[in-house]
Design a binder for this molecule. Structure first.
Ligand code: CIZ
Length: 300
């Protein structure tokens, strides 16, 4: 069944001139059939550089929006339109505008895990990999609004020594990972190294040996000599870690770190997306251009 499905996806992909992108948090079988696996910004930038006409984004909605913003001439599809991101949904454009009115001189730095409308109303974007750098380059006399993730924001505040105005959003999946999960696994495996995402709470970050984005966690586990790693981020990444590091063992910090929205994408839905040209993700103007500017400011 699965082999027939995979060859159906392959032939539909060729017929349509499509490229399939899978986020690091996707199911293993979805990662395995994708042309590219990675973090949301890197995937969107790489897809923009291809001559594919159609981009199938296996991830959550804001990620497909980012691909549409960076590839306005391509058709961007998400295999399940209910694959939303609770963190991105915790900040609306109106709420950001209200906050800006209270701090009219503040620079607004928005994590890429946000809607296109929120990105469009921001001065610059950041990823979990570059947030510390982006914030540290803002002149010290400037107030900074950091949104929507308060955990990433508090991590950036710690690392830069800046005081940030934090929006109180959070990723429910990362917040279900507990410091006691890491500490208990460390007791069982005293030589293991713990790598966690900055969307985790501060006590989880404190219990870890390394804090970084998904791509930084992948790099850290590849570079470090340890035989066992405890991984404090969405458990889909374990598939890629095992595949790329066959001699090493990877333990999820908690089975609770399983994002139900990411897991809505399945092989069947990818085939249906290609067959029906659905669900199309578009970002209207001027939102798309303004959001693109915020992303380009970050890249600059
Ligand atoms: O933007 C991404 O891809 C996410 C959600 C996290 C990361 O660290 O890569």
């Amino acid at each position: 069944m699965s082999e027939a499905l995979i060859s159906r996806i392959e032939s539909l992909k060729d017929e349509m001139g499509a490229v399939i992108l899978a986020h690091n948090y996707q199911r293993g079988d979805v990662q395995d059939i994708a042309d590219l696996v990675g973090d949301s910004l890197d995937l969107s930038r790489k897809a923009a550089a291809t001559d594919a006409k159609v981009v199938v984004f296996c991830g959550v909605y804001f990620m497909a929006e980012t691909a549409a913003i960076l590839s306005p001439e391509k058709t961007v599809l998400i295999p399940d339109k209910n694959a939303g991101c609770p963190l991105a949904n915790m900040l609306s454009l109106r709420e950001l505008e209200d906050l800006r009115r209270k701090h009219p001189d503040a620079v607004v730095v928005t994590y890429v895990n946000s809607s296109a409308a929120v990105k469009a109303a921001s001065d610059t974007c950041c990823t979990s990999a570059n947030a510390v750098k982006i914030v540290s380059e803002i002149p010290p006399e400037k107030e900074i609004i950091f949104a929507p993730d308060m955990s990433l924001g508090s991590y950036v505040a710690e690392e830069t020594g800046r005081s940030l105005i934090l929006w109180q959003g959070y990723c429910p999946t990362h917040h279900r990972i507990l410091a006691s999960d890491i500490l208990n696994l460390k007791k069982e495996h005293p030589n293991a190294l713990a790598a966690v995402h900055p969307e985790c709470t501060e006590d989880v970050r404190d219990a870890a040996d390394f804090v970084g984005s998904t791509s930084q966690i992948l790099e850290y586990c590849h570079e470090e000599d340890a035989g066992i790693f405890i991984i404090g981020t969405e458990i889909g990444i374990i598939h890629r870690l095992k595949k790329e590091n066959p001699g090493k063992e990877f333990l999820p910090a908690s089975e609770m770190g399983d994002c139900p929205n990411m897991k809505l994408i399945t092989l069947e839905k990818i085939a249906w997306a290609l067959e029906d040209n659905s669900y199309r993700v578009t970002v209207p103007e001027p939102t798309a251009s303004l959001a693109r500017c915020a992303i380009e400011r970050m890249l600059a």
